[in-house]
Design a protein around this ligand. Sequence first.
Ligand code: UDP
Length: 485
Amino acid sequence: MGSASEELHILFFPLLAPGHMIPMVDMAKLFAARGVKATILTTPANAAAVQSTIKCTDDSLRHRITVALLHFPSSAAVDGENMSCLPTQAARQNFLGSLASLRQPFDQVLREHRPDCVVADMFYPWTLSLAKELGIPLLFFHGMSFLTLCIDHGMHRPNSPLESLPDDPETVIVLGLPHRIELKRSQIPDLAKVSSFLSDLFRQLGEAEMGCSGVLVNSFYELERDFADHYKKVTGRKAWHVGPVSLCNKDFDEKSSRGDTACIDCAHCLSWLDGKPPSSVLYICFGSLFQFSPAQLREMALAFEASDTPFIWVVRNKSSEWLPEGYEERVVGGGKGMILRGWAPQILILNHPAVGGFLTHCGWNSCLEAVSSGLPMVTWPLFADQFYNETLIVDMLKVGIVVGATEYVVEEGEIRVVKWDVIRRVVSRVMGGGKEAEGMRKRARELGERARRALEVGGSSYVAMGELIKELNEAKAAREKNRSR
Ligand code: UDP
């Protein structure tokens, strides 16, 4: 239990999916570096991945972070304890449904630990009630941009914020935002149709958010200042931007083990990159969850072979039947490309000077990691907030070019295959010479500088985290004063 003489203690409870777990663990490291004691709550099957992400050479920091375990009741999460083990959208949705069974174990942990603050993932709206009962401030973490938070806030209100263009009913603009956002209807999930479970969950979250002490956002003010201001104004909620959190990983060990054990010898990967000219290599990765159909993978393989660009391509599919004949010998053996089958040391690769672009599914972490590395992007969104992130990257920040995906993926295998020559053309626009590519590279480099400055002493994210810590320390002191009366 906390006392006035003790350091501030924050309990972090991340969703059991890499895209939420990794940034929350990074966040815990950033808080620990500011003198906070951090406890990360997870299940036994996820403990190794969390430990791998905590890894750092600074002993004093490591000693401030501990991992606490809670267990799924035996009937839940039968197919695995992390969303990345589940191959389909349907299986991942069932998993989200099973998370409510963690409520009782969480309540027990909270009563035992009595931290000074809880940072809970948005998929755990039920964490709020006991935190409130115990007088512990609770902050939600969505793992999304301010832009997405603003759009989502509008979407879950009674009047739809979408307005069709008069001459093109399939294109909508999102009303009430500080900038014009234009999307295809097919890029926006109709939650009521996609799943009554998800729309119910978002309703519960919306209610819980009204009672929480605020939200933590992995972003930085300079990246999306108008949306950060807008979000706070329309929701009346406190929000602290503390990112890009991946920048807390400074040395080789931290970068190479972040998220999980890499499927490749990292030193070998770096020496392969050392042999390539600066900014020449395209890194291709679609995050931790999604698997493309064999037909789509084949088109990608053809595109990467036909383009002039060397590449590192992360493939999550286990099978190889889609690989064109002789591909491994010609393309991989010939030194043009590297195919990583499994977990890639993403930020280690993105930070290498030979990497000049990122073909991404626009997961928010990947977008931020590209921005932090000063890299332009080829954007290929699939689901969740990825289409919104694409508009930020391409239309507003102008550091990316779209492949042209227009369909929100509800079920894998049902989306239109993008042909190899389309992919090749976009890759060469981003990676080639010429004014367009040069302009994007320059803007991306400048954004990368701003991202780094945000986390430095006195930078916007550094200051925001300091303000939050001060507020939490004051609340802790007030609670203790009340208790001693
Ligand atoms: N990641 C990684 N290696 C991989 C795949 C993903 O390190 O092989 C990391 C990536 O750096 C990012 C996170 O996993 O931090 C994925 O989050 P994102 O929001 O980009 O996508 P999601 O996996 O949630 O779709």
